[in-house]
Write a protein that binds this ligand. Structure first.
Ligand code: SF4
Length: 494
């Protein structure tokens, strides 16, 4: 019997990239390959790259330099590069790093088997062409031996690309124009996820809630509104949690807001990128909403689902950002009480409008702003976590906690990390269990297992008229309203 060929995929960047890696892994299983534990045990290594920040791109070039040794250590090894840097840099990667066998872009995942076959015969290849066709969604069903990284959880691409062209962002260049999958294909894939035990389904797209908008404008059949899509998915037996990422504030229409009020399975968490709390900066960023527009979306969502948890993305040090603009961001963050935020210093990306804007913010100023913003957010996160101590919640178990030992970890409906201890073998990854929160930390909640049998009951009570209720009927809803800055200096704080 011939020895199994093993692959390893190293993924950088966003959830979309992580899911692309899953799709490539599944394709490789269909080709008779199996997953290796790490790159040392692999015959094929694929680096799935991210270009959203220059740091990630530099990381790739440093990795590729080091991988000359990896490749030389065993004859027949194959090295592939995928993702957004591959899409942008194309043949420049192979010109600079001759040991790279194949390079493929974000529209070309399904070509991996043929590129790999060519590489095994010693022929390098490059596929970074953009495709405007739905063909790119034509991928095989999950291979029975491919288990994926997270039991019980599944990801499903509903649309790709972005036509928003925010001035700082490379995504329209790396992921191409917006294209939405027909609803029937999405439903079929969701049903197949449910049939193999997926309980939490996350819908993916660069601007996921823009789903189907161009088709509707053109009068083209196949897609539906994003709210209608959620309603159809919510009916699939076995799907107990629905999430989506990342939405754009502009596309929260009445239909989508109403879905948050109506659908039990739609999780009470929305990651709603804000980027800045200053109107002049939002305009320079080309975000197409004002601070008041954003506030109105938040108010509508909270009216529909009062326990909704909001998280966000923020950029500091964007060209032209003054102290006053930055103060606007601090004030809005405090006013809206985000439960978490990904915040970054602006870094110019090649080919974007912002890269040639005047008004660069000095590095030390941007760094100081980032630290101030992150300190504010740490306080908000910890305060939100503390308000939940004593409450019950339901956790979808993902595996061992990052802190090691016997602690397990999972996510609750609000997408918070919950760590807890359980007897060995009592709880498996992929299970939904009921826990009681006993401690809050800045990054997670610590809980005690209530009992595994009440999970179903808990689930049914998730959406009661008064929000979530614990076993004793106390409200466990996340208090997501205004939270003051630690300094108490917010002019918008009540
Ligand atoms: S909406 Fe803006 S930030 Fe988001 S992917 Fe599109 S261009 Fe980038």
């Amino acid at each position: 019997m011939s020895e199994l060929r093993r692959f390893y995929i190293r993924t950088y960047g966003c959830q979309m990239n992580a899911h692309d890696s899953e799709k490539v892994a599944n394709l490789l299983y269909h080709e008779g390959w199996v997953a290796a534990r790490d790159s040392d045990g692999a015959d094929l290594l694929v680096i799935n790259t991210c270009s959203i920040r220059d740091k990630a791109e530099h990381q790739l070039y440093s990795d590729l330099g080091l991988l000359r040794k990896w490749k030389a250590a065993r004859p027949g090894r194959v090295l592939g590069v995928a993702g957004c840097v591959a899409q942008q840099a194309g043949d420049a990667i192979q010109r600079r790093f001759g040991h790279v066998d194949f390079v493929f872009g974000t529209h070309n995942l399904r070509l991996v088997p043929s590129m790999l076959a060519a590489a095994l015969k010693g022929n390098p290849s490059l596929e970074v062409g953009e495709s405007a066709s739905l063909e790119r969604f034509d991928l095989p069903e999950r291979h029975p031996d491919y288990r994926g990284a997270s039991p019980g959880r599944g990801y499903l691409t509903v649309m790709e690309g972005c036509d928003m062209f925010c001035s700082f962002c490379v995504v329209p260049g790396t992921r191409g124009r917006e294209i939405s999958r027909p609803a029937d294909g999405i439903i079929a894939e969701a049903q197949s996820h449910a049939a193999r035990g997926v309980r939490e389904l996350t819908l993916l797209g660069q601007t996921v809630n823009a789903y189907g908008r161009h088709d509707r404008r053109r009068g083209q059949a196949g897609t539906v509104s994003f709210g209608a899509l959620l309603r159809r998915l919510a009916e699939i037996p076995g799907i107990e949690r629905l999430r989506y990422t990342s939405p754009h504030p502009l596309f929260f229409d009445d239909d989508l807001v109403a879905a948050h009020a109506d659908l039990d399975v739609l999780c009470p968490h929305v990651h709603l990128p804000l980027q800045s709390g200053s109107n002049p900066i939002l305009e320079r960023m080309r975000r197409r909403y004002s601070v008041d527009d954003y506030r109105a979306k938040v108010a509508a969502l909270r009216a529909a689902r009062p326990d909704l948890v909001l998280t966000t993305d923020l950029i500091v040090g964007f060209p032209g950002e003054t102290d006053e603009d930055f103060q606007g961001t601090l004030d809005l963050v405090a006013e809206l009480g985000f439960v978490d935020a990904y915040s970054f210093k602006y870094s110019p990306r090649p080919g974007t409008t912002a890269a040639s804007m005047s008004g660069a913010v000095p590095g030390d100023v941007a760094q100081a702003r980032l630290e101030e913003l992150q300190e504010l957010q740490r306080g908000l996160t910890l305060a939100a976590h503390r308000r939940r101590v004593g409450a019950s919640t339901e956790v979808l178990v993902t595996g061992h906690s990052r802190h090691g030992g016997s602690q397990l970890s999972g996510r609750d409906p609000y997408h918070r990390v919950v760590n807890f201890s359980a007897a060995s073998g009592a709880v498996e990854p992929g299970e939904l269990i009921s826990v009681r929160i006993v401690e809050a930390t800045p990054h997670s909640l610590i809980a005690e297992v209530a009992d595994t049998e009440t999970a179903g009951r808990m689930r049914r009570s998730l959406k009661s008229e008064s929000g979530m209720a614990d076993d004793e009927g106390r409200s466990t809803r996340f208090q997501a309203g205004a939270v003051r800055r630690p300094s108490g200096a917010s002019p918008h704080g009540d």
